[in-house]
Design a protein around this ligand. Structure first.
Ligand SMILES: CC(C)(COP(=O)(O)OP(=O)(O)OC[C@H]1O[C@@H](n2cnc3c(N)ncnc32)[C@H](O)[C@@H]1OP(=O)(O)O)[C@@H](O)C(=O)NCCC(=O)NCCS
Length: 409
């Protein structure tokens, strides 16, 4: 088997799809293929070929992703797959190694991805940086607490998603910089979000939307589908499947959730990906009714320690020497002094003794501000040589709100 690696050409798009369908064991409808083709940057793709046969792929998308302090360029890793006939021969490892070195050469200091399985990417230095919660809420148990915010100037407007796209875009653009992990959405991404082909519907009917607004304009929106049904006793058993919900202030947020939870003939709301600090947790009088499942959202890879660490903001002063272990990106494997406070940060090579020793995946896990480091110390993943250094770094890197992207790329 002689393997070679190079970017995938536009003319090879159908081979790329065939590989994807085989690797993931799925059938991708043509319109979905087309939506993805418009998002893909072919010059940032990598294909492994066995002779002429495409047997492995990985791609990077150019994102502007919000991190603590504001958006930075991030490589969004996607379309990772290996033909089942060629699995477990090191093809993924060769793709990941080459991709990380390409990102480094390009000056992209941080990479992000969603993992099909959480066990795959830690070995390449990715750390679990963001979590999401899956909710399955019985609407009968979904009353709010008495102190839920109410704004009488707010009203709801049912809209057709295709007609209100500019409203969604405006609200998302305002929400985007509020939460680490959210990334920019060019037109092709919105096309995918709002795609409403029968195969997008999963048997739950058309995409529906509601906007919360006042005389000053829109303050939030929710996108969802409803799978209507009745149980054996002819009682309503509809399921509302929430796709997105963004509110620009607490009252708009609460009103949109109220609408979602109060739709007639709906007995359950299924919300497959919500942020770990979703305010709904505090709005429900009975938060056990969330039936929350805790899942991994974004995985972050610090590609270039020297550039990545100063590219974000810090919550508190910190001055630590970190010994970074990184076998995949050897340029990171050394001691670094991170000096930061809320006004800015510096990271430079250091010959001083290390205060902390950690695998680069820990920096990725903490990068978006949502992963306290104490548990990693307890798990033995981080070693502390100067007492208190870990707490200092953990406090400085922590940030709110909790990181979350909520939209798989
Ligand atoms: C996951 C996938 C890309 C792995 O490709 P591969 O070429 O078989 O991987 P490699 O041979 O390079 O494996 C490298 C290492 O990762 C491990 N590994 C690979 N896939 C793994 C998985 N799903 N879970 C846990 N470990 C995995 C291998 O055992 C190997 O470990 P080792 O270095 O200790 O021997 C491939 O199996 C695939 O396409 N799966 C279906 C689609 C998918 O899940 N894609 C990822 C989307 S995010």
């Amino acid at each position: 088997m002689t393997l070679s690696m190079r970017p995938i050409g536009k003319a090879e798009w159908s081979s790329w799809n065939t590989l994807d369908e085989e690797a993931f064991g799925i059938a991708v409808p043509e319109h979905r293929q087309e939506l993805f083709r418009r998002i893909v940057e072919f010059d940032r793709s990598l294909g492994v070929f066995d002779g002429d046969l495409l047997v492995g792929t990985a791609a990077a998308l150019s994102f502007s992703m919000n991190v603590p302090g504001g958006p930075i360029p991030v490589g969004g890793v996607t379309a990772v797959g290996v033909l089942p006939s060629h699995r477990r021969r090191g093809i993924l490892s060769s793709l990941m190694t080459r991709q990380l070195s390409d990102l480094y050469e390009r000056g992209e200091a941080v990479a992000a991805l969603y993992a099909a399985e959480a066990a795959i990417y830690g070995r390449y230095g990715y750390g679990r940086a963001a979590d999401n919660l899956l909710f399955r809420i019985p609407t009968a148990k979904a009353a709010f607490t008495r102190n839920a915010p109410v704004d009488p100037t707010l009203r709801l407007r049912i809209v057709k998603p295709a007609d209100a796209r500019s409203v969604f875009e405006k609200i998302y653009d305002s929400a985007f910089e509020e939460r680490p992990g959210l990334y920019d959405r060019p037109a092709a991404r919105w096309d995918a979000v709002l795609s409403d082909h029968e195969s997008d519907q999963g048997g739950a009917g058309p995409l529906r939307a509601v906007v919360a607004e006042d005389d000053g304009g829109p303050r939030g929106y929710a996108l969802f589908r409803i799978k209507a049904s009745f149980d054996d006793h002819d009682l309503p058993a509809g399921e509302l499947r929430l796709k997105e919900l963004f509110g620009l202030d607490p009252a708009a947020y609460a009103l949109l959730w109220r609408h979602v939870l109060d739709r007639d003939l709906v007995s359950h709301v299924f919300a497959p990906s919500r942020p770990a600090d979703d305010p709904l947790i505090h709005l429900l009088a009975e938060p056990r009714a969330l039936h929350a499942l805790w899942l991994d959202d974004l995985w972050i890879r610090v590609v270039d320690v020297e550039r990545a660490l100063p590219a974000r903001r810090y919550s508190a002063p910190v001055d630590v020497v970190i010994e970074v272990e990184d076998t995949v990106c050897p340029w990171n494997a050394r001691r670094w002094r991170l000096t930061a406070d809320p006004s800015g940060a510096r990271c430079a090579p250091s010959e001083d003794p290390a205060d902390l020793t950690l695998p680069v995946s820990v920096l990725g896990a903490a990068y978006l501000g949502g992963r306290p480091l104490a548990a990693l110390l307890a798990a033995g993943v981080v070693r502390e040589s100067r007492a208190g250094a870990l707490r200092e770094l953990s406090t400085a890197m922590s940030w709110g709100p909790a990181p979350w992207a909520g939209l798989v790329f």
